[in-house]
Design a protein around this ligand. Structure first.
Ligand code: NAP
Length: 358
């Protein structure tokens, strides 16, 4: 079989190599033939050797990149009776393979696919049965592949403090989505399916048009309106956003604190504008920003399998189809990662390992 390998030394240096096809399955293992892989910002960081903010994870070894896939079960090993899986089932892999319930732990972090565990940019991979989730029938392979990181993180960004089975609902609840990448557009689709009010920011008016077509109630161009936090307050009658998708990081966090509602939630997801503050000199500390509007800043690390399955209930009942911006062939994985890193996409970018039958 073929697989891509990265020595974590640059996007242009990833290599397509031959690897032995997995033969003997141990107890609880499942062989999956991979159909589609969806790319995440993290995958570009891993390939460039920049994924270094989790201090507990060792870096540097050659690795099969990427974590999000949809495939079919080719073969079930012994001892798989508890999981309701059979050969031919379409499945997705959960990102941190051992994170099945509740709070993530350091041990779960070491099971993250595509770093530090071997990833899915390959024709076949063996998974533990517990690390797989069945694909809802209405989703095509490329759509399903987009869910494990982007959509589950978006689901948690909105519902982390909600009990399972009781997601946030109501038009009076406002969600602010930064940018139009994979997490934000998944968040927009989820927010609208839950009946929430959605505000989307983007650097591009054309992308904001697309966001409105997906149901965004308000849109703001953060390039032409650099003080977009004031606009969020204006649009919400001074109240602010109940939930903020903080994907920007260095250039956005202080503004998120300025436009979150009293008692609201800033879900700290990413760092697209940088991991380190560029501003020199003294500035208001995060503890003061948090208390000023009585808010919660909650770090997000994807979500457990139980919440992935909860989210799939909404995708099925509302027949949500994730937004696939562009699909690349398996041999073009390098170009696909470069395209994602370029940031011109809207929603998700996928690599088709085999052509879907759907
Ligand atoms: N914590 C977690 O569990 C978790 C899970 C998934 C992702 N993440 C992180 O979350 C971030 C987003 O991931 P993703 O997969 O959605 O990335 P992505 O698809 O690559 O998103 C790229 C988009 O983000 C927007 N963007 C770039 N700079 C921005 C800025 N300064 N302010 C607002 N938006 C900006 C741009 O949208 P426009 O072109 O519309 O401006 C860009 O197209 C990344 O940092 C990623 O590492 C974290």
């Amino acid at each position: 079989m073929k697989q891509w390998i990265s020595a974590q030394d640059g996007l242009n240096n990833i290599r397509l190599v031959d690897a032995p096809e997995p033969e003997r399955l141990r107890d609880g293992e499942v062989l999956v033939r991979i159909h589609c892989v969806a790319l995440n910002f993290r995958d570009t960081e891993v390939c460039m050797g920049h994924y270094n903010h989790h201090k507990t994870l060792d870096q540097g070894a050659p690795i099969v990149p990427c974590s999000d896939m949809c495939g079919t079960i080719e073969k079930l090993g012994p001892g798989n009776d508890d999981y309701g899986l059979k050969e031919g089932d379409r499945v997705m892999a959960i990102f941190n393979q051992t994170h099945l319930k509740g709070q993530i732990t350091e041990k779960d972090m070491s099971s993250g696919l595509g770093f530090p565990s071997s990833g899915v940019l390959a024709q076949y991979r063996v998974f533990p049965a517990y690390g797989l989730v069945k694909v809802p029938d209405h989703l095509a392979d490329d759509e399903a592949a987009t869910l494990p990181i982007a959509a589950v993180t978006a689901w948690m960004a909105i519902n982390t403090f909600q009990p399972i089975g009781q997601p946030l609902t109501g038009k009076d609840k406002v969600v602010l989505l930064q940018g139009t990448g994979g997490v934000s557009i998944s968040g927009l689709q989820i927010a609208k399916a839950l009946g929430l009010t959605a505000i989307v920011t983007s650097s591009s008016d054309a992308k904001l048009d697309r966001a409105r077509q997906l149901g965004a109630d308000y849109t703001i161009n953060y390039k032409t309106t650099p003080e977009w936090q004031d606009k969020v307050l204006e649009l919400t009658g001074g109240k602010g956003a109940d939930v903020v998708f903080e994907t920007g990081g260095a250039e956005t966090l202080a503004k998120s604190f300025a436009c979150v509602a009293y008692g609201g939630l800033i879900s700290s997801i990413g760092y697209l504008s940088g991991k380190e503050d560029a501003l020199p000199g003294p500035r208001i500390n995060t503890n003061v920003l948090a208390l000023r509007r009585n808010v919660t800043l909650k770090g997000m690390l994807n979500g457990p399998k139980e919440r992935f399955e909860e989210m799939l209930g909404l995708y099925e009942s509302k027949q949500i189809h994730p937004v696939v911006d562009r699909a690349f062939e398996f041999e073009q994985a390098k170009e696909a990662l470069g395209y994602l890193a370029g940031g011109s996409h809207f929603g998700k970018v996928v690599v088709e390992v085999v052509q879907s039958d759907l």
